[in-house]
Design a protein around this ligand. Structure first.
Ligand code: 4AD
Ligand code: MG
Length: 466
């Protein structure tokens, strides 16, 4: 690398008075009357900016430095000195400043130093990582991904790369994006006037996956403890602050584990990630607390310090009916909980995370283990305050006859599931797993109200322009 990064300057404690070269973009610039220009430079390597002191004795002071504006890219050579101001530890006394890229029409530069609304920043998604907010979230996301991999590595799980293209609708919602090389302008229709997918690339109707779970189960039934971590796709027309058409999911799958085991693992994982976050990101946490006007430390500590409430669906319905508050969505046994119910439970009634288990089978996917009551399945959702469901999981139906009954009841095509059924025919075992919505979790810990701020280029209905 040609230049040092700001994080290196801070972390590696580069010696004061040594000569360094640094590259970055101008956040702000200020000229003083005494012929000095102060430039605040960022390079995204950490939350800190660094101040550059440009003296009028520099060769290009009048011709170039006076014309620098926010967003210009610079290479600065200079001496690292202790800043007289307390807040900024170091600054650079520049001996040379090279302007790599000017900002054309500075008055029209979209990322001025003033505060911008999140909606506005979404309109300039290609530039929004230049803000402290989005770059902070991005660094946090990177590190949480590392903590996730480390956590599972230490606990003897293997990372499996499950396919993104599939022919199966794991969750049974029917809301999948089609993958096809057919020419839609010149479709080959068979004698029933339907599309002949045998002519398509995979010789079968194919889609982007909504979950890697089914494939992951195949590896769990041989390697015992596995996880997959990657993008998943849902063609739901949900324009909410919690839904994306393309989002990342961490899915784990464990053999010889029942519902209780994965409930415990989910709590252990979430607490571990929150602890890591609190211990390693205090600067970002303080910054986010300030601009979001919330006490993030308290919010995260609440997750770490309190035991999650674990309660079955039946009891939850009783609580919701009893509370007397009018909900927009009626509470009926057998219906899924809506976000207002989830928020009531987490934000008000229990004031913390809640794990709801044993949902009615009708509202859950075909693969979940049927309980003895034949009405509920061994499922679980982890609900967090503000954001609602962040984890969905279950014990899997490992008994071939009961699985087949469910496949028939739901009128799924049994033939399509031949390989999944094989896992139940050849040495079947009790196994369980869950999926964590990565963006939802990051939104929670960063105090973000909308997961569109958590993914670099959000995909939502009518929006894939970047
Ligand atoms: O509850 P879901 O649909 O569960 C599954 O897909 C299972 N196959 C997981 C498993 O057991 N391996 O999704 C899991 C999580 C949700 O709890 C939520 O946090 C997130 O994925 N999620 C979404 N996040 C953003 N946008 C969407 N449209 C999401 N849909 C689900
Ligand atoms: Mg779910």
């Amino acid at each position: 690398m040609l230049v040092s990064s700001i994080s290196q300057l801070i972390k590696d404690k580069i010696k004061v008075n040594s000569e360094i070269t640094i590259g970055g973009w101008v956040r702000t610039k200020r000229h003083s009357k005494i012929g000095i220009t102060f430039i605040v430079l960022y390079d995204g390597s950490c939350i800190n900016d660094i101040q550059i002191i440009a003296n009028s004795s520099l060769d290009n002071y009048k011709k170039e430095i006076l014309l620098i504006t926010s967003g210009c890219s610079l290479i600065v050579i200079g001496k690292l000195v202790k800043s007289p101001k307390k807040l900024q530890n170091y600054e650079i006394q520049a001996s040379q400043i090279k302007i790599l890229g000017w900002v054309k029409n500075p008055e029209r530069y979209p990322i001025t130093p003033k505060k911008h609304s999140l909606e506005y920043l979404r309109e300039v998604s290609h530039l929004r990582s230049r803000t402290k907010l989005i770059s902070s979230i991005t660094r946090i996301k990177h590190n949480i991904a590392l903590y996730i991999h480390n956590f599972f590595h230490k606990n003897n799980f293997f990372w499996i790369n499950t396919p993104l293209i599939t022919t199966l609708d794991t969750e049974g919602s029917g809301k999948m994006f089609r993958v096809s090389t057919l020419n839609f302008k010149k479709l080959f229709l068979d004698k029933y006037q339907t599309i002949n997918f045998k002519k398509d690339f995979f010789g079968k109707e194919s889609f982007l996956t909504v979950s890697g779970q089914l494939n992951l189960e195949s590896y769990a039934c041989s390697m015992s403890k596995v996880y997959t971590f990657g993008p998943t796709f849902r063609a739901e027309n949900s324009n909410t602050n919690r839904h994306l058409a393309e989002f990342w999911m961490l899915e784990i799958e464990m053999s010889f584990a029942n519902l209780k085991n994965i409930i415990n693992l989910s709590e252990k994982l979430l607490k571990h990630l929150c602890k890591k976050f609190l211990n390693n990101h205090i600067d970002e946490i303080n910054f986010l607390s300030k601009i979001k006007k919330i006490n993030l430390i308290n919010k995260i500590n609440k997750i770490i310090l309190n035991k999650f409430i674990i309660i079955d669906y039946n009891s939850v319905i009783k609580i919701l009916i009893k509370n007397g508050k009018k909900f927009k969505n009626q509470i009926i046994w057998g219906k899924d909980l809506s976000i207002e119910h989830e928020k009531y439970l987490t934000n008000k009634y229990f004031d913390g995370p809640v794990i709801v288990y044993n949902y009615p089978k009708e509202i859950k996917a075909f693969y979940m283990y049927l309980n003895n009551d034949k009405k509920t399945v061994a499922s679980m959702d982890v609900l967090f305050p503000d954001i609602g469901e962040i984890i969905g999981g279950s014990q899997r139906e490992h008994r071939i006859n009961i699985l087949d009954n469910r496949i028939n009841e739901l009128k799924l095509n049994k033939k399509d599931y031949w390989w999944y059924r094989d896992l139940r025919k050849y040495g079947t075992v009790i196994h369980s797993g869950f999926g964590l919505g990565f963006e939802r979790f990051i939104a929670y810990i960063t105090g973000s109200c909308n997961i569109r701020e958590i993914i670099p280029f959000p995909r939502t209905p009518y929006n894939a322009k970047f």
